[in-house]
Design a protein around this ligand. Structure first.
Ligand code: FES
Length: 373
């Protein structure tokens, strides 16, 4: 099959954009079946209407992007129980991020679709495709075809739309960057020694004792524990409970659902050899020991308890913790012991926490060696 004559380099340089497009079509075996002008180019009022709509959509996209960034950085995110001031704002955080992000992306997409439908010529072309890399002439003609498309849609002339479109794309890029670095903008250490990574719901506040309550998942069921409630070799999952929260379903639910709340209360056999961690000899009570249930590797519940070996196993990556030796890791990827909760028994015989965990709960983080200050 004979094609058009192969043009030389200087000839390519001299050809107009239209000639290059025709040449490209001929060289690529592209046959233009129909070529209708863009709807907006034959209807002046329609063109204005489309331009206005595209502009409005791009403005909406920008507004939503700005609102997303603002909400992501400044909206209060701390848990607020039902009935307390700020609860509605707390509930609205995630929906707000979803709506503004969808608005930014959706409006930008709608603007692009509307622009193409209104300002793009309606061309139908047929091409035989071949395998292999593109020749130099193909690269020239492809670039010309793209430039021609930009010219015929008027994208270069409509500076308002061009600028808004590019700004919208830029805003989307910034949104992506914000999500990536947003966590670094907030200061997790604002509360210093009381920062969330240092403290848990076990921390006593206002002198109120924190009891060990059986985790039942039902905020209406309050079961405080006495030492004799735990069988020898038994393990019970407990969460913090304060008498001031009795009847407060939201507070009880929040205390139970907090990711750093679950604790394994374990009763070793009487006289079992125990090697507590340095400085933690008085953290247990009798044969009872309490350790965070949250694996120090990646935060799975490490609560498969082998009473015979006195080992807690994390099912995620098989880390094992020797309970009788301060829950130190003896196998697997975890590098820190499970944090121990100091416990005692109050005047009525109930088990209570003597304080918060001495170490941060869950996976390690950069500042963990810095310690509280
Ligand atoms: S999360 Fe427990 S071993 Fe990985």
């Amino acid at each position: 099959m004979s094609g058009p004559r192969e043009p030389t380099g200087p000839e390519l340089e001299r050809m107009s954009r239209g000639e290059l497009v025709d040449l490209g079509n001929a060289l690529d075996g592209v046959r233009v079946v129909s070529d209708e002008p863009a709807p907006a180019s034959v209807d002046v009022r329609g063109e204005r209407r489309s331009r206005r709509r595209v502009t409005l959509l791009l403005l909406l996209s920008l507004l939503c992007a700005a609102a997303f960034a603002w909400a992501y950085l400044f909206w209060p995110t701390g848990y607020v129980p039902a009935g307390a001031p700020g609860h509605t704002a707390y509930l609205l955080y995630t929906p707000l991020l979803g709506v503004t992000f969808f608005g930014a992306v959706g409006a930008l997409g709608a603007a692009m679709i509307l622009y193409v439908r209104s300002f793009y010529p309606e061309e139908v072309a047929v091409q035989q495709l071949e395998k292999g890399p593109s020749a130099e002439r193909d690269r020239f003609t492809a670039a010309a075809a793209l430039a021609e498309a930009g010219h015929s849609t008027g994208f270069g002339r409509r500076s308002m739309i061009r600028r808004l479109g590019l700004t919208g794309l830029g805003a989307l890029g910034i949104l992506g960057g914000l999500v990536a670095v947003g966590g670094l903008v907030r200061d997790p250490w604002k509360a210093r020694g009381d920062a969330p990574l240092w403290t848990t719901g076990w921390k006593p506040t206002g002198g109120e004792p924190v009891f060990l309550r059986v985790a039942t998942g039902d905020p209406h069921e309050i079961r405080k524990l006495r030492p004799e409630d735990v069988e020898v070799n038994g393990m019970i999952t407990v969460v913090p409970f304060r008498e001031g929260e009795r009847g407060d379903v939201e507070a009880l639910h929040a205390a139970e659902m907090a990711p750093d709340s679950p604790v394994m209360l374990i009763r070793l056999p009487a006289g079992a050899p125990v090697r507590p961690a340095p400085g933690r000899a008085d953290f247990g009570w009798g044969d009872h020991y309490a350790f965070s249930k949250i694996c120090t590797h990646l935060g799975c519940p490490a609560s498969l308890y082998d009473a015979g070996l006195q080992i807690a196993l994390c099912p995620c990556h098989q880390s094992q913790f020797k309970i009788s030796e301060g829950a130190r890791p003896i196998f697997g990827p975890a590098a820190r012991p499970l944090p121990q909760l100091p416990i005692t028994v109050d005047a009525d015989g109930f088990l209570v926490a003597r304080g918060d965990f001495a170490d941060p709960v869950g996976p390690s983080f950069w500042e963990i060696r810095r310690g509280r200050h």
